[in-house]
Design a binder for this molecule. Structure first.
Ligand code: FAD
Length: 371
């Protein structure tokens, strides 16, 4: 019987694995893909994570992540505002970052199974049975659900958001282009927004969220980019003049921002499995890492002989998750309404241009402080 089985090896799963394995727990992490692999994500990490990552020795300094200090916002018709960021962030590809954290988890003594897609979790008599592809099976006292935005497991748990269709799709590329290295840009287009940021090497990330209708109207991703995204002159230039490095775009459907529960049927959810913040906030990854910090600390208390019982672990985690993140998610959802329409995106640009202190306050509302 394992101490902890972690489902999903993204940032939340890997950071939980590193902390728990380093503290001597018997940890099994199950990841359905094989590292390294690409993921749809804007790849801008808020600097709020840096003190914690440095304290664990897992800040990827040797990969020379791009340091981002300025923000550019453009409206659907190409009006722009620039803002110096108080906290800023770094750019790093998930291909490199997740793989780097995998090595740290293995060094810490965690067992990691790749190509292991979890199909079934059952809780009975104070223990979990977990089954994965290829007839794999394991038992544990605790299970962490770190399987991201959406999984077949959510269906089994009958989670509310899974039955509702989300109106959003997301698309990602890696490109070579000629842009400032210290800038994160968010370009509006009708029904969506597109982020660009430098990651490691000579690569930039280009990732956008769009209403599904855009794809329906246009017929294909490339026509949508030509007919709708390129109405913003900044995006037109980017799509015309950049070198696209993937053979085809990475696309995901059903990106849902509906609130979720941090604990479901005794499974402790970490990262996006507990709640996804709208990507324009640029700190879903920081939240995934922060949630792993909080959860691991509580799990270590649960395993301490003088610690607390399961019901207290679950209720303390749900309470802490909500107090740290629920408001940020709400502000993120509300702010997203300022994106993707001509008048609202021009209003947003006006705010960032002429009311910089108010704009900074808004950015702060979607971010936590360094932890
Ligand atoms: C379009 C878009 C742009 C974004 N841009 C940014 C940004 O710029 N900055 C930022 O901070 N955040 C951004 N985010 C959010 C960020 O990507 C997530 O918050 C972050 O990836 C959450 O990490 P996670 O570990 O919870 O989930 P993930 O990174 O999704 O990891 C989950 C893992 O679980 C695995 N898995 C799933 N199901 C199973 C299963 N059944 N069995 C085994 N393994 C399984 C998956 O393969 C995956 O590796 C963006 C999100 C979107 C949609």
């Amino acid at each position: 019987m394992r101490d902890v089985i972690i489902i999903g090896g993204g940032l939340a799963g890997l950071v939980n694995a590193i902390q728990l394995a380093r503290s001597g727990l018997d940890v099994l992490l199950l990841e359905k893909n094989q590292y390294p692999f690409h993921k749809v994500c804007g790849e801008y990490v808020s600097h709020e994570v840096v003190p914690f990552m440095k304290s664990l020795g897992i800040y990827p300094l040797e990969m020379e992540p791009a340091q981002i200090t300025r923000f550019q916002l453009t409206s659907t018709n190409g009006n722009q505002a620039l803002l110096n960021l108080n906290l800023g962030g770094f750019g790093i590809s998930r291909y490199a970052f997740d793989h780097y954290l995998l090595q740290k988890a293995l060094d810490a003594g965690a067992t990691v199974l790749q190509n292991a897609s979890v199909e079934y979790v059952n809780y009975e008599n104070d223990e979990f049975q977990v089954a994965w592809s290829g007839s794999g099976e394991g038992f544990s006292r605790l299970v962490i659900g770190a399987y991201g935005k959406r999984s077949k497991l959510d269906k089994g748990l009958d989670r509310g958001f899974i039955s509702k269709r989300s109106p959003f799709i997301a698309v990602k590329y890696h490109i070579k282009t000629n842009l400032p290295l210290d800038l994160i840009a968010l370009h509006n287009f009708r029904g969506g927004y597109c982020g660009i940021v430098k990651v490691e090497g000579e690569t930039f990330n280009l990732c956008y969220l769009s209403r599904r209708e855009n794809l329906k109207i246009s017929g294909s991703i490339s026509q949508m980019e030509e007919q709708i995204l390129s109405q913003n002159p900044y995006l037109q230039t980017l799509f015309k003049e950049s070198e696209f490095m993937f053979e085809k775009p990475l696309v995901i459907n059903e990106v849902s921002f509906t609130p979720k529960n941090a604990v479901e049927d005794h499974i402790l959810m970490s990262g996006d499995s507990a709640g996804l913040i709208t990507p324009l906030c640029g700190n879903g990854m920081a939240m995934a890492i922060h949630s792993a910090k909080i959860l691991s600390q509580l799990i270590l208390r649960y395993y301490d002989p003088k610690g607390f019982p399961r019901y207290q672990l679950e209720s303390e985690y749900a309470r802490e998750w909500s107090s740290k993140f629920a408001r940020r998610l709400w502000v993120g959802r509300a702010t997203q309404n300022l994106f993707g329409s001509p008048w609202a995106s021009n209003l947003g640009v006006g705010l960032f241009k002429y009311l910089k202190p108010v704009a900074r306050k808004l950015v702060e509302q979607t971010h936590g402080g360094p932890f």
